[in-house]
Design a protein around this ligand. Structure first.
Ligand code: ATP
Ligand code: MG
Length: 403
């Protein structure tokens, strides 16, 4: 009964993608049904339309919690309050680092910034060859070759904006860059900085950059930059505008030297990012992170299956059948196939490996998620293609006959 309700809501959302209330409702239902991942997608899509919608924030918090991502749940909870029953949320993985002017205040300021040393490297990222090459020439090669850098007078700083459909590896790629360098990696989601209630966002942002400067060389990753650096004209509150101005000042190094701090930013909505953020010296290069091609899909699928019991899976075939699937979709597909194998083991009382049949069944259940993004992106690309900034995107849409 619930499932048909969810299906009807899915259809309604598809017909009216910007209907926040509908998405929030669907997200709550999906959490109850155990599909937290899909619930989170809907909650985030709702937030993309209405970033400060309380119900959507709460839905995102609950979905993140249910999908086993306590750090993300905590970040949303900070904006909207904790879920009941309140969870103290110990994330375990990243090590929190105290800031310099750590004050004993209840709002834990710089402590929010989590530092990690990722162990994934660029070799773990399937496909995206062009993106990797750009990263290499902009940052990795100069870092590895200090003599050449001095010879060409190239400074070791820079900024790069990654954009593209959800789940295609922007965050993964940023972590891999840090892993590649053995460098520290500071990941900041909008929620770490935008402190709507307390108005201390600028201080936090400054603390964050200071922390990164002390740790140079390092990668400072600003995720969901559209929320953080929205077009200043769109921001209703002057507080929000101050945050953008603060970010511009930090990127310019007006307050301190940014040598050795490489700023990577990511967004699903590049058209909402303040153009001032994209000027030379700031996030001056923009790279489109596309869904994986067939070879990359094979690599991602093989990677996801690597540590599981598999028997006779045809990865190459599956890669051919999954055009339009994001990396995250593929990982999810393998997850679903594993569940089927697990259920079968429970049913039969003997251990069953994952087979092509399980994968085929999962393929029918997991749809590709990138099309919806391209439908929206295409409009912006057609009507706001200043300076040819969306040429790559248009070429991809045309080539894959997405519209
Ligand atoms: N190219 C890839 N190679 C290997 N794994 C990938 C790749 N792309 C995505 N994945 C897998 O999908 C997961 C989700 O990707 P990621 O979080 O980087 O997406 P994203 O582009 O940042 O999405 P969003 O826009 O929603 O933040 C990764 O943790 C990884 O497991
Ligand atoms: Mg991401």
């Amino acid at each position: 009964m619930d499932e048909s309700v969810a299906a009807a809501l899915e259809a309604a959302v598809a017909a009216d993608p910007s209907n926040t209330a509908l998405r929030v409702h669907l997200a709550a239902l999906l959490v109850l049904q155990g599909d937290a991942r899909r619930a989170l997608e809907h909650a985030q899509a709702a937030l993309a339309v209405a970033p400060d919608d309380i119900a959507a924030l709460a839905a995102a918090r609950d979905a993140a919690q249910a999908s086993g991502d306590p750090a993300k749940a905590r970040a949303y909870a900070r904006l909207v309050g904790p879920a009941e029953p309140a969870s103290p949320a110990v994330s375990g993985r990243p090590v929190p680092v105290g800031g310099d002017d750590s004050d004993p205040d209840a709002h834990d300021g710089e402590d929010e910034v989590e530092v990690e040393r990722p162990c994934v490297t660029l070799a773990d990222v399937g496909g995206l060859e062009e993106v990797k090459a750009r990263l290499d020439s902009a940052f990795l090669a100069p870092l590895r070759n200090p003599e050449l850098r001095r010879y060409y007078g190239k400074s070791l700083r820079g900024g790069l904006l990654l954009f593209g459909p959800p789940g295609c590896g922007k965050t993964f790629l940023a972590r891999a860059v840090a892993g590649e360098l053995g460098a520290q990696f500071f990941a900041v989601g909008l929620n770490d900085v935008l402190d709507m209630w307390l108005g201390e966002s600028e201080r936090r942002l400054h603390g964050l950059f200071e922390q990164a400067r002390r740790a140079a060389p390092c990668v400072l990753f600003l995720d969901e930059i559209d929320a953080l650096g929205q077009k200043r004209a769109q921001l209703r509150h002057s507080a929000g505008r101050n945050v953008v101005n603060q970010l511009l000042a930090e990127l310019d190094g007006a307050l301190a030297d940014n040598e050795g701090v490489f700023v990577l930013a990511a967004t699903n909505h590049p058209w909402d990012v303040d153009t001032a953020l994209r000027r030379p010296g700031r996030l001056d290069r923009t790279l489109l992170v596309l869904p994986p091609d067939q070879a990359a899909r094979a690599a991602i699928l093989a990677g996801a299956l690597a540590e599981r019991p598999v028997d006779g899976a045809d990865v190459a075939k599956l890669a051919r059948q999954t055009d339009g699937y994001s990396g995250a979709d593929l990982v999810h597909l393998v997850e679903v196939a594993s569940e089927h194998a697990l259920q079968e083991s429970v049913r039969t009382g003997e251990l069953r490996p994952i087979t092509q049949a399980h994968l085929g069944k999962a393929l029918k259940e997991v749809p590709p998620s990138t099309r919806a993004w391209f439908a929206v992106a295409h409009n912006y690309a057609v009507y706001a293609n200043e300076g040819g900034q969306y040429d790559d995107l248009l070429a991809y849409v045309r080539q894959h006959k997405l519209l």
